[in-house]
Design a binder for this molecule. Structure first.
Ligand SMILES: [Zn+2]
Ligand SMILES: [Zn+2]
Length: 415
């Protein structure tokens, strides 16, 4: 198992000039740890009075956790099944703070998102017991929450303590493990976008943090054929990889090291589906497919040996019309100017050979597709339940949802 304390400490003095910090105090990933949760919390001086938040599935998976909490005064809130967390859930967690001093979230994903925001707002300690290696958001400083039918990412905190039992991770649903794998493969696109933006705009880029993401992703790619097995080592490795990229995001205080245009495209899918009242897929399922779409596009794009460029031409009426009720927000993101305004088309021509090299530095679309198939991931738009017209539109318009440069967005400037 990785020594995370050592890992985090090794980033303290980075050559890039940024003070990388991560507020996670203790991380334990190991076999049978569900019975040690109480002891680990005690070792970290976690408050005696705590709220345990879980849902029926996660509390069942974490059998033994309540027994391990001897000596603690435990209040419990168990959801039936929480797929979409809202601000009501944040308020619900907060309503316990007159009688508890900390929160133990059991389950990654929707369970711990409201906990992370509530604990951030009320300055309470938070511990996470992960039950499935399904996504990497648990160490980030934002929590995806739904407000009405809108998805937002208000400030949140990462847990001070993260615990996972590899026995439980190994027995978690295959769909969740495969989704976690899909979320990891996306890092290759994220790394391309981060480096390209750094090259073109001078956006801050840390090679060491990017190296951490890369290391975690490469490591997991080698385990593709073990992902769907009930294999403790593989499940632990997925969890650790997700954790590393989560820590990478904490280090830069942005999602840059672990999320590129593929995440924005999946976010677009999710937002538009929420507006229609649909329950979104598992995050990593959508992200896996948007990764393949964008990586394939990048692989095709770099077949051009040289390029001709122009200023980006945007028909804002058309762009905003796609977003419906979200149009105002998208307009704000692109006002008073949009992210490509300052980019000199000639510079792009000059930098093209370097951009090509960046894309070539990560595994190809074919390699990623093969690994994802081995890992049981969904790989087609049909498998994630999207229509081809919807996907085509999302490919064109998703880059306007965030003020963040990607090679996908820059491609709009190439003839
Ligand atoms: Zn750095
Ligand atoms: Zn993700």
């Amino acid at each position: 198992m990785t020594d995370f304390k050592k890992l985090i400490a090794s980033f303290a003095e980075c050559d890039c000039g940024v003070q990388h910090r991560c507020d996670i105090k203790d991380i334990r990933v190991g076999s049978g740890l569900v019975r040690e949760v109480g002891r680990i919390l005690q070792e970290n001086d976690f408050p005696q009075k705590l709220l345990l938040v879980a849902d029926r599935n996660t509390i069942r998976a974490a059998e033994g956790i309540v027994e391990s909490l001897q000596g603690f005064e435990v209040e419990q809130y168990i959801y039936e099944d929480l797929r979409v967390a809202t601000f009501d859930d944040v308020r619900l967690v907060e309503s316990y703070f007159d009688r508890v001093d900390g929160v133990l979230a059991v389950g990654t994903g929707s369970i711990h998102d409201p906990c992370r925001m509530a604990c951030a707002r009320q300055k309470k300690p938070l511990a996470l017991f992960g039950t499935a290696p399904s996504m990497d958001g648990f160490a980030s400083y934002n929590a995806p929450l739904v407000d009405g039918n809108f998805k937002t990412s208000p400030p949140a905190k990462c847990p001070e303590i993260i615990i996972a039992d590899t026995k439980i991770l190994a027995e978690s649903p295959k769909a969740l493990k495969s989704a976690g794998f899909g979320d990891m493969v996306s890092k290759y696109v994220a790394l391309i976008d981060w480096q390209v933006s750094h090259l073109v705009t001078g956006e801050h880029y840390c090679e060491k943090v990017a190296g951490l993401t890369r290391y975690a992703t490469d490591n997991l790619m080698r385990m593709a054929d073990k992902i769907t097995l009930s294999d403790e080592e593989a499940a632990g490795a997925v969890f650790e990889s997700l954790l590393m990229t989560g820590i990478a995001m904490a280090f830069t205080q942005t999602s840059r090291p672990a999320s590129g245009t593929e995440h924005i495209m999946a976010h677009y899918w999710e937002c538009l589906e929420l507006l229609e009242g649909k329950i979104p897929n598992y995050h990593g399922e959508d992200v896996g497919v948007t990764t393949l779409i964008n990586l394939k596009f990048y692989n095709e794009l770099i077949k051009k040996e040289s390029i001709r460029t122009h200023k980006e031409i945007n028909d804002w009426d058309e762009i905003l019309s796609v977003y419906g009720p979200l149009a105002e927000e998208v307009r704000k993101i692109n006002s008073p100017d949009t992210i490509t305004d300052e980019i000199d088309p000639e510079k792009l021509v000059e930098l093209w050979p370097e951009i090509v090299k960046i894309v070539q530095s990560v595994p190809s679309y074919e390699e990623c597709l093969a690994a994802m198939k081995k890992a049981g991931c969904k790989t087609t738009i049909e498998e994630v339940g999207k229509g081809s017209e919807f996907v085509a539109k999302s490919f064109l318009y998703h880059p306007y949802m965030r003020r963040r440069l990607s090679l996908r967005r820059l491609a709009n400037m190439i003839d």
